[in-house]
Design a protein around this ligand. Structure first.
Ligand code: ADP
Ligand code: MG
Length: 569
């Protein structure tokens, strides 16, 4: 039987792993890294680059490169790259395809089945889009798993005795997830799951960029695309330096136009400037604990997940909130992929995992819009009535009866929403359906609406009108941006026409992309010297002499490392 892979399809970085010989194993990409940046770029000859080589091109070829497209999953937004438009599903599928190729090269066999992790807070449309991305990449998505659930699985797989309650605090590049889980006698139950789809480490980098600009009297939003990307990269490096050292302050230097800007960022002003972002991390934690009905002091462990939890300010906040140090013997960037591989092992029924069972919860409430009756003929519309409430254990099926409110009413319009707000206008519309009901006096006709929510977070709505008993299963059609089967087929054909840059050339391509970026940022003598090194490497590439290629590549890499350590451009 072929292996089922587990995938962390991140906003910033993606990873692939597999369950083998009774443990989860990460699979390296063509560069030998476990982390593949979720970045796609189209080369001058139309070939698709994924991961590091693509990321290196984000400043030199911004109009041919896309990143962070996970943020647009489930919307109909299209991203323009080179001379064509891509849906977020398509870009995600290119990342998945690249991971699939890495796994096939490493396992030496075809990979067809996958478990993909998604943020717990992902809505129905976003989950469907993720499944489509898998399909476009030629992967059968056997299961979607919530990222925090995956993280908990990775932590529990080798300690299956006793009961443990823990909180997963996952701060990635673009998403924040908090989940409270209960693990008892091999059964993992997600007690509550909440978060923020638009909060992550990138927001911290962005805030630090703004702080840099403010101190120099520059408007960040007014910088050219190239300048803002260069500044972003410098600040990103500085942010990581803050993590490594305990100094608390960091300097950022950058030339914009003819001016060399050097800024010293002190720990107090950083703390103060990032305070609003840090405060936004509190609420989801409080809500998750409240929903789970688990008092903070009964938690056994707090587990940090996601690269941004490496920030000392975040760790300090977590320690302060929980009055203890977070657990963390696994790498926060890798936990989700490892857990997805455990889930893949469960799906594949590996004997070592026999005793583990998973239960999960609906991450948000799902319901319909109704009118509330105040008097004989007095109705107030626009109210949200939850049918499946947030944090109900899934799979779940619940029914709600709705009645006509006027005599001889012909139709019932059932609008489906997700969210927690009292009024539907403040929630997310998922779709709507129109039902024809038997003509009767008010309240003598109506429909039973059944919501069924499965373990992958996909919602099905069924309506049975009465008294005639006609049943309709509804495909939610007005799901914004959802692709039809026809569109998916067309997309697969279009993607097949795309050339994928050869995998065995990834290392050469990455070095060249990096060299091009640094070349553009240099001036004068260093620039001229770099051009010679690049030409030397390119000439050996053209002559295809393997030994010489690896030697000139090493030399060029050495030069690039030296320049990056020396210059702030
Ligand atoms: P995602 O799940 O969104 O793909 P990751 O878990 O890979 O994200 O985390 C990416 C985020 O982690 C980025 O915002 C990055 O800046 C941040 N990050 C990674 N390493 C560090 C570090 N050493 N210090 C601070 N932030 C870091
Ligand atoms: Mg992540």
């Amino acid at each position: 039987m072929s292996q089922i892979v587990g995938i962390d399809l991140g906003t910033t970085n993606s990873l692939i792993a597999v369950w083998r010989e009774d443990k989860a194993e990460l699979i390296p990409n063509a560069l030998g890294d476990f982390l593949t940046p979720s970045c796609v770029s189209i080369d001058a000859d139309g070939a698709v680059l994924v991961g590091r080589p693509a990321l290196e091109r984000s400043s030199t070829h911004p109009d041919r490169t896309a990143a962070s497209f996970k943020r647009y999953m489930g919307t109909d937004r299209k991203l323009h790259l080179a001379d064509r438009f891509f849906r977020p599903e398509e870009l995600s599928s290119l990342v998945l395809k690249s991971l699939k190729a890495d796994a096939e090269a490493w396992l030496r066999e075809p990979v067809t089945d996958a478990v993909i992790a998604v943020p717990a807070y992902f809505n129905d449309a976003q989950r469907r889009a993720t499944r489509v991305a898998g399909e476009l990449a030629g992967l059968k998505v056997l299961r979607l798993i919530n990222e925090p659930t995956a993280a908990a699985l990775a932590y529990s797989v080798h300690q299956r005795e006793g009961e443990r309650k823990f909180l997963i605090f996952d701060l990635g590049g673009g998403t924040f997830d908090v989940s409270v889980l209960d693990f008892f006698e091999g059964v993992m139950e997600v007690r509550a799951s909440t978060g923020d789809n638009f909060l992550g480490g990138d927001d911290f980098t962005q805030a630090l960029c703004e702080l840099f600009c403010r101190k120099r009297g520059i408007v960040f939003a007014a910088l050219s695309a190239g300048d803002s990307q260069r500044l972003w990269r410098q600040v990103e490096i500085a942010k990581r330096r803050l993590t490594q050292s305990d100094a608390g302050c960091v300097s950022v230097e950058m030339r914009i136009g003819d001016i060399e800007h050097a800024v010293e960022l002190g720990s107090d002003e950083i703390q103060q400037h990032l305070e609003p972002l840090l405060n936004k991390l509190r609420k989801p934690v409080e809500r998750a604990l409240r929903d789970a009905r688990i008092p903070l002091d009964t938690l056994d462990d707090v587990i940090l997940v996601g690269g941004a939890t490496r920030m000392p300010l975040v760790r300090k906040l977590v320690s302060r909130m929980f009055g203890r140090l977070p657990a963390g013997n696994l790498n926060p960037d890798e936990v989700v992929a490892l857990g997805a591989a455990v889930q893949a092992g469960l799906v594949g029924r590996h004997s070592a995992l026999d005793e583990m069972v998973m239960t999960d919860v609906a991450p948000y409430s799902l319901g319909i819009e109704t009118a509330i009756q105040l008097g004989a003929n007095d109705y107030v519309g626009g109210n949200f009535v939850p049918i499946i409430e947030r944090n109900t254990v899934v799979p779940v099926s619940r029914e709600q009866r709705i009645l006509t409110i006027r005599d001889r009413q012909r139709y019932l319009v059932v609008k489906v929403f997700q969210g927690e707000a009292r009024l539907t206008r403040d929630n997310i519309a998922l779709g709507e359906l129109k039902l024809e009901v038997p003509i009767k006096p008010a309240a003598e006709a109506g429909a039973d609406i059944r919501f069924t929510y499965d373990v992958s977070g996909v919602l099905e709505v069924q309506a049975t009108t009465f008294p005639d008993g006609v049943t309709k299963t509804i495909v939610i059609e007005e799901n914004p941006g959802a692709m039809t089967a026809e569109e998916i087929a067309r997309c697969i054909a279009a993607l097949a026409s795309l050339k994928i840059h050869p995998r065995d050339q990834t290392e050469n391509r990455t070095v060249l992309a990096r060299a091009d970026r640094i070349y553009e940022e240099l001036l004068g003598e260093p620039r001229r010297l770099l051009a010679v090194e690049i030409a030397r490497f390119q000439s050996s590439l053209e002559r295809q002499i393997v030994d010489e290629i690896s030697r000139t590549r090493q030399e060029l890499t050495g030069v690039l490392d030296h320049i990056e350590a020396q210059y702030t451009y």
